[in-house]
Design a protein around this ligand. Sequence first.
Ligand code: C2E
Ligand code: MG
Ligand code: MG
Length: 605
Amino acid sequence: MIFPITSPITSVSASSAPLSFIKDGRLQASPTVGTLVQYLEPAQVEDRCQLVFRRFLADTMLYAIPVVDAQRKPVAVLDRNYFVEFFSREYATEVFGRRSLAALFLSGKYDYRKPVVIDHACNIDEAAKIISEAGTSHMSGFMVVEDERYRGIANGHDLLGVITERRQSELYYLAHYDVLTGIPNRTLLTERLVQACADAAAKYRLVVLLFIDIDRFKQINDSLGHAAGDEVLHRVAQRLRKSSREADMVARLGGDEFVILLENIPNVATADAVASRVLSAMREPIVIGECSLVVTVSVGRAIFPTDDRDSSALLAKADSAMYEAKASGRNNYRGYLPGTASYKPSSMHLENELRQAIESDQLVLFLQPQVELERKIVLGAEALIRWQHPVRGLLRPVEFIPLAEECGLIIPLGEWVLRKVLELLSLWRGQGIPLLQIAVNISALQLYSSSFPDQLRSLLAQYDMDPRYIELELTESVLMKDVCNLLPTLNAIKALGIRLAIDDFGTGFSSLSYLSSFPIDCLKIDKSFVRHIDRMPINASIARAILALANSLSLTTIAEGIEAGEEDKVLRQLGCMYGQGYHFAKPLPADDFPIWCMTWNSQPE
Ligand code: C2E
Ligand code: MG
Ligand code: MG
């Protein structure tokens, strides 16, 4: 019998051109849905209902059973809960038990679900779009076909996992490689250098850094233009690669500075040989269009452990050796000589300054408005800290938060922010200004301190503040670090009535199963997915998948880093509720916030 039901919700065939993405520093084709398929024996539409019911009873892990027709074409997906509930009723077992699934479907008594069907060769971005458009109930399973025949079933959460992982590998690439030359950047070099020094110390071996700077690069840039300058950097990077061994890391620190990291070398002469290969590799002119340029470089050397045992000091010493090479007439090579050091002192100084800053009120609270996207009503604001440094001016968090986290100062700093926010709210209350929710960034150390919930409780009591005006932003990596120990803390915070949000969502490694067990209220879509969302289908797919996930967990969503009206529009169309970004307002001094709100609210649509 040919089963006369309507076709499945969506059917999509393989895309014409696979999207590409970056993995391990290389360009790769976008994965296909085929990579996610799990085979699950389908039920035939002619199977007896009882048979299917028994299958569910026998295997409690079975959350859905796909149903196919005689040609193995998809017909329906039987949802465990619904199907079992239906057949647990006596009449259903009696009346439909011996009948086929087809007869059950035709009776109209059982409201079966039409499957979402996707071709196994379809790429993951397209699949994400289809699933999220089909609605959250399909996050749990969609049918995968090959030549229109059933091939298996895949899970929407796995799909989100793959997309996130892919995006992470892209972010990893952007964070660790220099986009212009394709070689490692300072971050990756630093990571490798620290590791190399540790290994070398254990094995009593040497590590050598060659610090390379292009001579008169500014002149090249100024006279031939930036495009030619970029081309020179690109070619120099290639020549440095050719001059070194396969295992050596060639990195670009920024500007016209490069480093070659030599590990596992038997003696310093090996490093000297690489340096002289570098100098001679530069002898051949670089031809750009009509121009033939002779580019020279200056090279400085520092050795672990003889010149220094500390990796950042070692880099600074290779740098000062390079300056010696330049001072001696350029196109030269010099080893580090004690006494020529001009390297930076440790971060001790900054740490002391920051300690003082907290005590002497040099910290300043900024607020960045958050708005409801549809109606453009102000929801509240995120508290963002700044440091009014007496000499260096207004510093942004990147310049001191990492240090504060390293040396533990983040605890008093975080406390300062919370107190300041409560002070501000109670000041507004006193002035009759309507209160809005303020989101505060919380660092791992704060959250892991056992007294944190108590601290929150006593602050709220001290200012007699309604907890619903406070939201805490935590990052995924903080949450996933120590899930078991964290849950009681999160529950304690939640019990106070304070809201919890996950910041920069999508950039860390969230375990989706843990996510559902955390008492979270809101996901903050990271700004890297918001950027050019109107022009980058991959970002739209990720946002869509995050929104579907948030929906299925009943969480609110806020997108951060909205810079353009088009981004705002796409996010609104995708169903994102709230937004924050320069498009609405840059972070502003906290005292200016009430005026900003008044002006914003009085604007015509
Ligand atoms: P975050 O929590 O993800 O904050 C958002 C950052 O994005 C802020 O940078 C904000 O100024 C910036 N931003 C907002 N809209 C846009 C936009 O449209 N385009 C772009 N390109 N950027 C936008 P900010 O203030 O420099 O803060 C950086 C990070 O420092 C924050 O990231 C947060 O992780 C940390 N931070 C800031 N204040 C505190 C604090 O009080 N405590 C702790 N622990 N961390 C803080
Ligand atoms: Mg934040
Ligand atoms: Mg963020």
